[in-house]
Every structure is written in structure tokens, then in C-alpha cells.
Ligand binder design. Structure first.
Ligand SMILES: C[S@@+](CC[C@H](N)C(=O)[O-])C[C@H]1O[C@@H](n2cnc3c(N)ncnc32)[C@H](O)[C@@H]1O
Length: 188
């Protein structure tokens, strides 16, 4: 991981400065970014969906990991100014398709099947994103949802659903704000 950070140290320093100087970016921690990177390297997905781009910090890490398996990332951001900032931050990366708008409206329009999903947008809406996604998940898709400990009450419906639906196997990883890591099995 240190080698990767060394290679991309200029871009990473830019993200660090943005986080320091700008409020409301809510980037995941470096540790979570590294975990996402490792999960993608192990899973080797073909199509990744991220809900909640912000300025593109997590997208940047998804993109680096995706390069090694030729995956493409769709990422959705509702806020126009953060969408534009991400566009600028990610302009040199060719495996990212950015979407601006409400995920609830964009997900139904996506004509792809996903084998890796990272959910990090409106916490109360996690359950809506998930239900919209069910038809678009590949067998054995991996879904990672952030903030499930910090926003435990708000994401309760999401956790209840994922823990009671037999198609999912799931566990909460107590890393930073809490990550729910779930595998979707189309055929139980
Ligand atoms: C926690 S931040 C994402 C941080 C980003 N994943 C990172 O680590 O760099 C959540 C983002 O989701 C966006 N968001 C909130 N509700 C949304 C929705 N319904 N559709 C799309 N984006 C949404 C917010 O504008 C915000 O930029």
C-alpha cells in the first residue's frame, strides 16, 4: 500500500488539502480507502457502482484498484459543485463514468450489472438504493455500505433487510464509522 501511496502522492496530497480547506466533503478515511482497494483487488469485479462521489476521493481509490482488473466505475453525486470538483480531480482517470443527480432516479436508468457496490450517500436512503439495485446485482456481488455504526439508527432498515433476506450474507466491520460488508447470492 505504501508503494501505491508513494506513486500517487501528488494526487493524494491534493485530496488531503481539499479535505482540510473545504467543509462538507465527508471523505472516507485512508484505512477505509485501502480496504476498498484490497477488496476490489481480491474480488476482481467488472463493473463497480459508487453512490456518493463527493469530490472523488473514494472514487480515486476505486479507480486505482479497478485498473488491474479492467473494471469500470459508475459513480453518482447529487450535488452539482461536488460533482464538478470530482470531475476535475478525476480527469486523468479513464475508467470512471460520473453521473450527477439523485441516486434514486439514476439507478433505474443504469443499464449495467454490478459485482461491486460502495454505498456512501444519504444514510436514510440506503434501503431505497439497495431495493433499486437488487435486479442489477450479479451473483456474488459484494456490497460495502459506510457509516453503519455512526448512523446505526438511520440505516436500521437497510441492516434489518440485509440481515433477514436469505440472499445476503453480511457482517459489520467496526472500522472507523462502521462498514457493512455483504455478499449477494442470486441463487440461495
Ligand atoms: C459521505 S459523502 C461521500 C464521500 C465519498 N464517498 C468519499 O469518501 O470521498 C456523501 C455524498 O453523497 C451525496 N448524496 C447524498 N444523497 C445523495 C443522493 N440521494 N444521490 C446521490 N448522491 C447523494 C452527498 O451530496 C455527498 O457528497
Amino acid at each position: 500500500m505504501e508503494k501505491i501511496k508513494e506513486t500517487y502522492k501528488l494526487q493524494l496530497a491534493k485530496f488531503k488539502a481539499q479535505k482540510k480547506n473545504q467543509r462538507r466533503l465527508w471523505n472516507i478515511s485512508e484505512k477505509c480507502a485501502e480496504l476498498l482497494f484490497m477488496l476490489i483487488q481480491a474480488k476482481r469485479p467488472k463493473r463497480i457502482l459508487e453512490i456518493g462521489t463527493s469530490n472523488g476521493y473514494s472514487t480515486f481509490w476505486l479507480s486505482l484498484a479497478a485498473e488491474s482488473c479492467g473494471a469500470v466505475i459508475d459513480t453518482i453525486e447529487i450535488d452539482e459543485s461536488r460533482f464538478k470538483l470530482a470531475k476535475e480531480n478525476l480527469k486523468e482517470l479513464s475508467n470512471i463514468v460520473q453521473h450527477v443527480g439523485k441516486a434514486e432516479f439514476i439507478i433505474p436508468e443504469l443499464n449495467n450489472k454490478y459485482d461491486f457496490v460502495f454505498i456512501d450517500a444519504g444514510k436514510i436512503d440506503y434501503i431505497i438504493y439497495l431495493k433499486l439495485l437488487l435486479e442489477k446485482l450479479k451473483n456474488n456481488a459484494l456490497i460495502v455500505a459506510d457509516n453503519v455504526i455512526s448512523h446505526e439508527d438511520t440505516v436500521k432498515e437497510y441492516l434489518d433487510f440485509i440481515n433477514s433476506d436469505l440472499r445476503f450474507v453480511s457482517m459489520t466491520l467496526p472500522l472507523e464509522a462502521g462498514l457493512e460488508i455483504s455478499v449477494f447470492r442470486r441463487k440461495v
